[in-house]
Design a protein around this ligand. Structure first.
Ligand code: NDP
Length: 277
């Protein structure tokens, strides 16, 4: 029996064990996939003490996972400076980042969005934002505005992306003057313990699409704002979650699972959970 896990905090809500179990059944792979609660203080110790062959890493550990790989990372993880997928490599770990590809696949293939020449607002500069920013640029967007509560982190991400003509870091209080965006991405974890920053309606219009990388209750405030601001599409992160998981599965098992049936099963469950409240 091969063992895998997702590490993070909070992680008990994670759908990753369910997704990987469904993928494994589809591919005929015998595996056990669990969720392990780990903070920035004890992540390295808990990973070392586990006997997993591979792991997913979620908030707030993606930049720590990158450091833990000591340079043994894929090109896309290096560009992101963040790792969401670990693969055991001798006594160490190889790191990859499948978040960006997962988001772009979900937006373009599942939801039919054309990202080329789009003006994009990215809220957040944590591990998830670091993962999706390079993939959005590679998908041909026109420009990327990064806005984060801690302005220095937005600046650092913009610098790391290294495209000063296309990538701009802005402070939260600059939001009212930024104009309208074609795509708005909420990559913050703000609603998990605090509140979403105040977002002016002027950021969105009738042709805008909005996506919250979280799902379930955590996505409700941003998606409600997006609908109130008149966005044509308001999407949560469930599709991205399934697509990034499929890329991790491919890395670990050499097979890319079919994602639509798994997405549909989880969608039904997620919608039932939100409407139950
Ligand atoms: P991190 O902890 O690395 O980053 C959190 C980000 O949220 C930072 O930019 C932080 O700002 C910001 N933030 C936190 N609280 C607040 C607040 N009260 N007001 C404003 N900003 C705030 O988390 P991740 O980047 O890993 O995850 C972010 C979100 O994306 C989570 O909800 C996660 O579940 C989701 N996600 C979804 C995925 C999917 O597949 N659908 C994949 C990856 C993530 P600051 O720098 O100032 O602290």
């Amino acid at each position: 029996m091969q063992r895998y896990a997702v590490f993070g905090t909070p992680v008990s809500h994670s759908l990753s064990p369910r997704i990987h179990t469904l993928f494994a059944r589809q591919a005929g792979v015998a595996l056990e996939y669990t969720a392990i609660e780990a903070s920035r203080d004890d992540f390295a110790a808990k990973l070392a003490a586990s006997d997993v062959q591979g792991a997913n890493v979620t908030l707030p550990l993606k930049e720590d996972a990158f450091a833990l790989c000591a340079g043994n990372v894929s090109a896309r993880a290096r560009r992101a400076g963040a790792v969401n997928t670990l693969l055991r490599n001798g006594n160490g770990w190889h790191g990859d980042n499948t978040d960006g590809l997962g988001l772009v696949r979900d937006l373009t293939e599942r939801h039919g969005l054309d990202l080329r020449e789009r003006r994009v607002l990215l809220l957040g500069a944590g591990g998830a934002a670091r993962g999706v920013a390079p993939a959005l640029l590679d998908a041909g967007i026109h420009s990327l505005y990064i806005v984060n509560r801690t302005a220095a982190r937005a600046d650092a991400l913009a610098d790391a992306l290294g495209e000063p003509g296309r990538v701009h870091a802005r402070a939260l209080d600059a939001l009212p003057g930024l104009g309208e965006f074609d795509l708005l991405v909420n990559a913050t974890s703000a609603t998990r313990g605090g509140a979403l920053p105040a977002l002016p309606m002027s950021l969105a219009g009738p042709r805008s699409a909005a996506v919250d990388l979280s799902y379930g209750e955590a996505a409700v405030p941003f998606l409600a704002w997006a609908r109130a601001a008149g966005c044509a599409q308001a999407l949560d992160g469930l599709g991205m979650l399934v697509e990034q998981a499929a890329e991790s599965f491919l890395l670990w098992h050499g097979v890319r699972p079919e994602t639509d049936a798994v997405y549909t099963a989880l969608r039904t469950q997620a919608d039932a959970l939100v409407t139950a409240d």
